[in-house]
Design a protein around this ligand. Sequence first.
Ligand code: FMN
Length: 350
Amino acid sequence: MPDNPLGLFQNANYDQGSAGTEVSGEKDCHRLGKSDQKAGFSQFDILKKPDISVTIAGVRFKNPVIAASGTFGCGREYAGLLDVGALGGLCTKGLTLKPKTGNSGMRLHETPSGLMNSIGLENPGIPAFIEKDLPYMQELQKQGVVVIANLSGSSVEECAEGARILDMCCVDMVELNISCPNVTSGGMAFGLDPEAASSVTRLVRKALHKPLMVKLSPNAPDIIAVASACIAAGADALSLVNTFKAIAIDIEKRAPVFDNVSAGLSGPAIRPIAIRMVWELAGAVAVPIIGLGGIACANDALEFLLAGAKAVQVGTATFTNPVVTLEIIDGIAAYMEKKKISCIEDLSIR
Ligand SMILES: Cc1cc2nc3c(=O)[nH]c(=O)nc-3n(C[C@H](O)[C@H](O)[C@H](O)COP(=O)(O)O)c2cc1C
């Protein structure tokens, strides 16, 4: 036996609300006392159980699985179908300062292995979200779910004002969406160009004291340049990818399916491209990356974690399998147990 097995438990913070895997560049999987390490014991040897918690920008997630923005409401919508309190985190629907009615015409269209959407950021506005939805999400916070507000705006100033208000409420983190392909102003326009991405991130950063994650667009000509600009402007973490700009044509009507002509493609069809982007970004930047795009099972999520993501988000797959997030949490733990990997940080092959 190692001479200080308790040192392990004192530092491991199993379900105690702190530490876990620090992902701001440094590994903190070294939870064993020095004598344990000398004796050649790993955490796994002693606990026989992997630690699936992860800490991103100082916020501890009890597991690395987060419901993606726009696909999980505020969690209440799924409460009858699964234990929402078991999630690592939950991103709200995209929130703007004022209510938005969203786009006209067709909003969802299925493709082989994918889904196109043109919702247009329909939402009740930040004040109504705080009044009506946040109280439910506070209950989730008590169960250890990290609540992330997904913030959008049609101008830099609107985003900054939204951030100022969100800063005063109890959300844990803000995810700035500079990548929505379905709105005419703001949205993806911020995410295509490093200068535009920098100016919106900088103003939001100024208004926000909470951790800030910026959600990148896979449609950017140079995603690493945009990512670097966001980090220089104060982003603590990056999430990618949002949807890919795509078009479907109704051949009977001889017209585009969507009123806006283009829409955003998500689902398994985009996964290998999203993984490639996470891989490239993980090799280029030091901040934590949250990977998403087409994750539909634990193996998909593991591909992102191996490619360098510190956590994953799951979106479209929830529509066909509402409990997929919970299956992914269990599947990641089972994989780590099988491979004798003691913490999420050690999954990365980057
Ligand atoms: C119906 C729908 C609505 C979405 N709304 C938002 C949104 O409001 N804000 C945002 O950042 N992303 C939004 N997204 C993008 C997803 O969060 C996610 O980035 C994208 O769908 C890729 O992941 P997936 O393939 O797992 O769905 C939406 C996606 C869908 C399908």
